[in-house]
Design a protein around this ligand. Structure first.
Ligand code: NAD
Ligand code: UDP
Length: 310
């Protein structure tokens, strides 16, 4: 039985990953400081003898014995990561150093949840892994973008310098049940607004695009990259290439939620990327991975979830 550490395991993606690992017969240690995650996300796993929960902040060293590490700890939504930007950078950078140091000591394979934000506001479209990105180093999104870029640098330096077994995935916008209702991300915002009959807040003119991946597809990608042979490091894009404007997303959510909410237009946040779409050729050829859940089906599941919790 593999012992697996999931940092950020009480968060949106982390809790789905814990579910999947438990289902696959692993012994899971979930580490979280509950900054954006919650016990509710993993409450159903508490009491399972193969699931253990530890309150810990990854900016401090951690001494445990496991076979593999998934490093997901980091707030992911702009509202949350901009709340305490210094802590966001510390979580990405000190967190990576601590988890890489742990992996080196115990010789564990380690996965990093990197992000499409490393491409910034991309001038190349769609974005392949070879694209170096267009990132502002001093803006409000920089604590997250540059923190994640520095974490990637650390992962690859530990790989080159210490021969560490690393796997780096660049995750594109992912949605699904257990997203935080107040995290300010577009899918959760629009669904909550639609269900409550509040105005739908379109930032800018709504023509900016994103490509949305359903959580189950993404987690399958994590598991597959973790099973690749040593030396397969990534970075590898994981996301759904179907691209939608924010206006299209709003209209789809209104229709599926049978909501009469009105669209209102608000200023576009600074440095908001104009467009984003993953090039997933590498994931398809090397992992045999493609996302299967289309936006409507995924949104229906997510709307059902929000209906239950609101
Ligand atoms: P989330 O905010 O739901 O989860 C992050 C988890 O990390 C939370 O449980 C939080 O409490 C925990 N955490 C934060 N700081 C910590 C610290 N210092 N020590 C310990 N735990 C800490 O976000 P998510 O959407 O589940 O994202 C998980 C990971 O995936 C993040 O690293 C994020 O950057 C990455 N990612 C997510 C997306 C997406 O669309 N959801 C896209 C790109 C990258
Ligand atoms: N957005 C929006 N209304 C909202 C929340 C977000 O129009 O209520 C837009 C936001 O400006 C961005 C896109 O939706 O262009 C995706 O935003 P999100 O915060 O979900 O993710 P990210 O910008 O990090 O991709």
């Amino acid at each position: 039985m593999k012992r697996i550490l999931v940092t950020g395991g009480a968060g949106f993606l982390g809790s789905h990953l814990c579910d999947r690992l438990i289902k696959d017969g692993c012994d899971v240690l979930c580490v979280d400081n509950f900054f954006t995650g919650s016990k509710t996300n993993i409450a159903h796993l508490i009491g399972n003898p193969y699931f253990e929960l530890m309150r810990h902040d990854v900016t401090f060293p951690l001494y445990v014995e496991v076979d593999q590490i998934y490093n997901l700890a980091c707030p992911a939504s702009p509202v949350h990561y901009q709340f305490d930007p210094v802590q966001t950078t510390k979580t990405s950078v000190h967190g990576a150093i601590n988890m890489l140091g742990l992996a080196k000591r115990i010789k564990a394979r380690i996965f990093q949840a990197s992000t499409s934000e490393v491409y910034g506001d991309p001038v190349m479209h769609p974005q392949p892994e070879s694209y170096w990105g267009n990132v502002n180093s001093i803006g409000p999104r920089s604590c997250y973008d540059e923190g994640k870029r520095c974490a990637e640098t650390l992962f690859f330096d530990y790989y080159r310098q210490h021969n560490l077994d690393i796997k780096v995935a660049r995750i594109f916008n992912t949605y699904g049940p257990r997203m935080h209702p107040n995290d300010g991300r577009v899918v959760s915002n629009f669904i909550v607004q639609a269900l409550k009959g509040n105005d739908i807040t379109i930032y800018g003119d709504g023509s900016q695009t994103r490509s949305f991946c359903y959580v189950d597809d993404l987690i399958e990608g994590f598991i597959r990259i973790m099973k690749t042979e040593a030396g397969f490091t990534g970075p590898i894009n994981l996301g759904n290439p179907s691209e939608f404007s924010m206006l299209e997303l709003a209209e789809t959510i209104l229709r599926l939620a049978k909501s009469n909410s009105k669209l209102v237009y608000q200023p576009l946040p600074q440095d908001d990327p104009r467009q984003r779409q993953p090039d997933i050729a590498l994931a398809t050829s090397s992992l045999g991975w493609t996302p299967h859940v289309n936006l409507e089906d995924g949104l229906k599941e997510t709307i059902d979830y929000f209906r239950q919790i609101l």
